[in-house]
Ligand binder design. Structure first.
Ligand code: ADP
Length: 209
């Protein structure tokens, strides 16, 4: 976050003289306590300062990067995942390509009769299958998909950072968000590189972070 000149001054005062009360900070800046209240609230919420009753404000010693990392760890998959687009195993490669265009997604998930995850289809999987001379309506997706147990998944409670790391480590574009079910893993959502880009933009736009 971008700090105002006054907020920078407050941090300097607290660094030098903390723990220090709000009244004393206000006196040094020749301002009223009321004028200072929003700045102190912002600095405390953002983690630069900490406040103890009857003691006053003190400097936490955390740098902007440390605070940003702390903030990022709080972002959970459950707050950001998108609707998953799924296909049945018997659906044809032709249907999968049509679905990708219609739904405007780059990764499709394949499910069995219990609606549990069995495979993943990426753009390149479908391109590869389209390169021969076969009739694409005759090839079921289960023949060409990446299948369980080789699928990297994530869970609702995990942090977004952990999902981002999986995308990078495995060099893939998307992850199914799953939950344990009687017959396997049920798909409840998807996390993609687009999710990560959206979060980055939100973070940059949100001055309170
Ligand atoms: P593209 O193939 O369009 O570049 P990806 O990089 O996502 O898209 O996919 C690369 C390969 O990894 C594909 O064969 C795909 O089936 C597979 N894949 C995609 N997502 C996953 C996943 N979550 N777990 C395991 N394999 C995946």
């Amino acid at each position: 976050m971008e700090l105002s000149d006054r907020q920078e001054k407050i941090i300097d005062i607290v660094k030098n003289d903390g723990p220090i009360t709000g009244e004393k900070i206000a006196a040094q800046l020749e301002l009223t306590r009321a004028t200072l209240r929003p700045d102190l609230a912002i600095l405390t919420m953002a983690g630069f300062l900490d406040a103890r009753p009857r003691v006053g404000y003190f400097f936490t010693g955390k740098t902007g990067t440390e605070l940003l990392t702390e903030q990022l760890q709080k972002f959970k998959i459950k707050d950001y995942y998108a609707v998953p687009i799924v296909m049945k195993e018997e659906a044809s490669v032709y249907d999968a390509i049509s679905t990708m265009f219609l739904e405007d997604v780059g990764t499709l998930f394949v499910v069995d009769e219990h609606a549990c995850l069995t495979g993943v289809l990426s753009r390149k999987d479908l391109l590869r299958a389209s390169m021969g001379n076969q009739d694409l309506t005759d090839i079921p997706v289960h023949i060409i998909m990446t299948r369980m147990p080789n699928i990297t998944v994530c869970k609702r409670e995990e942090s977004l950072m952990s999902a981002a790391k999986k995308l990078i480590d495995k060099q893939i574009d998307g992850l199914p968000v799953v939950k344990e079910a009687d017959h396997g893993l049920e798909i409840v959502g998807r996390i993609t590189k687009t999710t990560m880009t959206r979060v980055l933009v939100e973070l940059a736009m949100n001055e309170q972070v």
